[in-house]
Design a protein around this ligand. Structure first.
Ligand code: ZN
Length: 316
């Protein structure tokens, strides 16, 4: 597997469509093509040529079906050259704050609509990070998107709306420890929602740090629970604080605001994943990040799935 020190170097190494195909084949098959129809693994599958030239079309020696390396990957069904996909992935992963479809469209010379679709497909293929935590875990929840409502006003049912369980915004819950972050969208910030996630990811008996939100109450039975009473404008107690997770929230919010402008609710969880993976791989080289991504994806996404009703639109 190649190591690139820059986008330019990657463009030199993966210069032609064939370079890119061979690179992907080596990564997926390691010299032994796998038939996606019957699962047969062999270096003896037939290579079909077109005008005397082999362009990556195989015929299975067992089930006789045809396949290419794209089948069963996020590149299946796309007519775009792999080279454009590779550049898009590289740019997506290496821009700290993300990349807009307008920018990508200019960079790789596709239409903005195509770039938008590519970015969604890439984002969809970012793997969930299953981080686990065993000490000094800061956790917090935040609201992303939606019109900011007057928090002093009461909801229709008469309850005071503290802006956490509202339907208009999406709640994102996150944890951070030793520079590793985990975050996901959640339906609300209630105890019943947050605590199973916490108990699933944080080692019993370890120290957790939260604000005074009621969704965290009772955790002191299983954890050393440090509560920072933000409502009293206290932001650190004996050196304990939740500044790191809050820093991550402002990073996501700045990114969404600065690059994406609007994020529909249904796509928010993928944006969260995007920022989590960038954050957690920030010490890796762009090249390692690119190779890890190519290695990890398996899913494909249909255009139709993306064009469903957008729900509502975020505006900061
Ligand atoms: Zn087969």
């Amino acid at each position: 597997m190649a190591t690139f020190h820059s986008l330019l170097q990657m463009m030199d190494t993966l210069h032609t469509e064939e370079d890119c195909r061979v690179y992907l084949e080596n990564m997926r098959w390691n010299g032994k093509p796998i038939c996606p129809h019957c699962g047969s693994i062999s270096e003896h599958h037939y290579k079909l040529t077109k005008d005397g030239k082999f362009e990556g079309l195989y015929k299975c020696k067992d089930c006789r079906e045809r396949f290419t390396v794209r089948q069963g990957t996020m590149f299946e069904g796309s007519n775009l050259p792999l080279k454009k996909w590779f550049y898009a992935i590289y740019l997506f992963l290496s821009h700290k704050k993300g990349i807009s479809s307008c920018q990508l469209a200019r960079d790789i010379q596709v239409t903005q609509k195509t770039a938008w679709f590519m970015l969604h497909r890439i984002r969809h293929n970012v793997k969930d990070d299953d981080a686990n935590f065993d000490d000094m875990t800061q956790m917090d929840e935040t609201l992303i998107g939606g019109k900011s409502r007057d928090k002093r006003k009461k909801d229709k049912d008469g309850k005071r709306n503290m802006g956490r369980s509202t339907q208009q915004k999406s709640v994102v819950f996150g944890m951070i420890s030793e520079g590793l972050v985990y975050a996901q969208t959640v339906p609300n910030a209630e105890k019943e929602t947050l605590q199973p996630i916490i108990k699933g990811k944080v080692k019993k008996g370890s120290t957790i740090i939260t604000d005074g939100w009621n969704g965290y109450s009772g955790l002191s039975k299983e954890y050393t629970h440090k509560v920072i009473p933000h409502s009293k404008h206290i932001y650190a107690v004996n050196g304990f604080h939740t500044n790191s997770i809050e820093g991550f929230w402002s990073h996501i919010k700045r990114g969404v605001l600065g690059i994406y402008h609007v994020v529909s609710r249904k796509h928010l969880s993928n944006y969260v994943k995007e920022f989590v993976v960038r954050y957690n791989t920030r010490k890796q080289t762009d090249s390692d990040r690119f190779n890890d991504f190519l290695r990890s994806f398996t899913e494909r996404l249909y255009y139709g799935e993306l064009l469903e009703k957008p729900g509502w639109v975020y505006n900061y």
